[in-house]
Design a protein around this ligand. Structure first.
Ligand code: AMP
Length: 389
């Protein structure tokens, strides 16, 4: 079976690694000649909107998938007229537009933060009058890792106008600023026959809008509700593949932030930490194969490496740690790798100090201090530290 991947970054690379182990072959399409996944298969370098490029890409493919939700819709639709595209184009359409996404959540009775659509500076002023500050202004499309977002803390007209300029005066939504206790995500997967599997809940820590740490949470009281929300989305979209739902835990209530119709950074620990990784299960799903088991018998976590890689000798000294380098050059704010950590069930405390050690190598000392200190309110304090850092 030959799988076509729209995009050729690290997610496509890890999908192809999983696919290769299942005997699949891969063709990547990306406009970037330096794409890090390119050496793992056939590589078509060209624009997503060029018909000749798309024609070359789809030649001999059995199925097409994608590694990021901002792949141009027209390219995915063009492919879908010729080859099955999984996850379905409908999922891309919703995930690409924050307003459509919020409305889909509401239609499915999945609670969301209060929000308003904003298409002009006047509408921004009205929305701030109505919802107050603090609030977050987010472009409807093309935002990721905190890009296309401005936090509004002061309703002064000059500052609103600055914020409107800062997001390029693009169609946007204004969202209440959520004082969450924890950020959570749930990675779910659905097969062609409609069977589903869910990974344990993830707790996530961000800094500057970028994910820094994920810890798999076992036995969380909110797990069933998170799973139920993800299940509604999967069924509604007639989804095939891996999907991730990002949630805010606000005093035990879950609010949906967004979903990703793809494998997700918060699911990277599943490579070493789950019986079947999110990448393998995505490839199983899109190829029409049965899903593998998602259980995790032991503690697992993931530390992101942003901007540069730490010394691999140091990482190797941490028991249960695996360094994944994406083969990308270093640049501030760029994801260049991650460290997966796995431990034993009876050594939770020692495991968390190893996670803290990996965080320090990754330059995340503030989050490391809080995670290591543990305690019932560690999550909230880690979130605070992440904001202050
Ligand atoms: P997003 O691109 O929407 O996932 O936002 C990136 C990060 O910004 C999230 O993971 C949160 O840490 C933070 N964030 C986004 N929206 C809100 C909000 N409404 N209230 C508080 N923090 C937010």
């Amino acid at each position: 079976m030959r799988v076509g991947l729209l995009g050729a970054g690290q997610l496509a690379g890890m999908l192809a690694d999983a696919g290769a182990a299942l005997g699949m072959k891969h063709t990547f399409l990306s406009p970037d000649p330096d794409s890090c996944a390119a050496p793992r298969g056939d590589f078509v370098c060209g624009a997503f909107d060029d018909v000749q490029t798309l024609t070359r890409f789809t030649e001999g493919l059995d199925v097409v998938t994608y590694e990021f939700e901002n792949v141009p819709l027209a390219a995915a639709e063009w492919c879908a007229d010729r080859v099955p595209v999984r996850p379905p184009v409908a999922a891309l359409r919703v995930a690409q537009d924050r307003l459509a996404e919020k409305r889909a959540f509401q239609r499915l009775d999945i609670p969301v933060p209060a929000y308003a659509a904003v298409d002009s500076l006047d509408e921004l002023r009205e929305a701030v009058d109505r919802h107050g500050v603090p609030a977050v202004l987010k472009t409807r499309t093309l935002g990721y890792d905190g890009r296309g977002q401005v936090v509004l803390r002061d309703p002064a007209p000059g500052l609103l106008s600055e914020a409107w300029d800062a997001i390029g005066r693009a169609p946007a939504i204004l969202e209440e600023f959520v004082s969450f206790n924890r950020e959570l995500s749930i990675v779910a997967v659905r097969a062609v026959d409609g069977s589903e599997a869910f990974y344990p809940l993830n707790q996530n820590w961000h800094r500057e809008g970028i994910l820094r740490l994920t810890v798999g949470v076992l036995g969380d009281p909110l797990r069933d509700l998170a799973e139920e929300y993800a299940r509604r989305l999967l069924a509604d979209l007639d989804y095939v593949g891996t999907l991730t739902l990002e949630l805010f835990d606000v005093a035990g209530r879950l609010l949906a932030n967004e979903f990703a119709p793809r494998v997700h950074n918060s699911g990277h620990w599943t490579i070493e930490g789950a019986a079947t990784s999110q990448f393998e299960n995505h490839m199983r799903a899109i190829s029409g194969s049965p899903l593998g088991p998602t259980g995790r018998p032991r503690p697992a976590a993931m530390v992101n490496l942003i901007g540069s890689l730490p010394d691999s000798e140091l990482v190797r000294q941490i028991p249960g740690a695996t360094l994944h380098a994406y083969g990308k050059s270093g640049r501030p704010g760029r994801k260049v790798g991650h460290i997966t950590l796995v431990g034993e069930e009876n050594e939770r405390e020692r495991f968390m100090s190893r996670v803290a050690c990996a965080l320090r190598y990754a330059g995340e000392a503030a989050i490391a201090d809080v995670v290591e200190s543990g305690g019932a309110d560690a999550s909230a304090r880690a979130a605070d530290a992440a904001c202050e850092a």
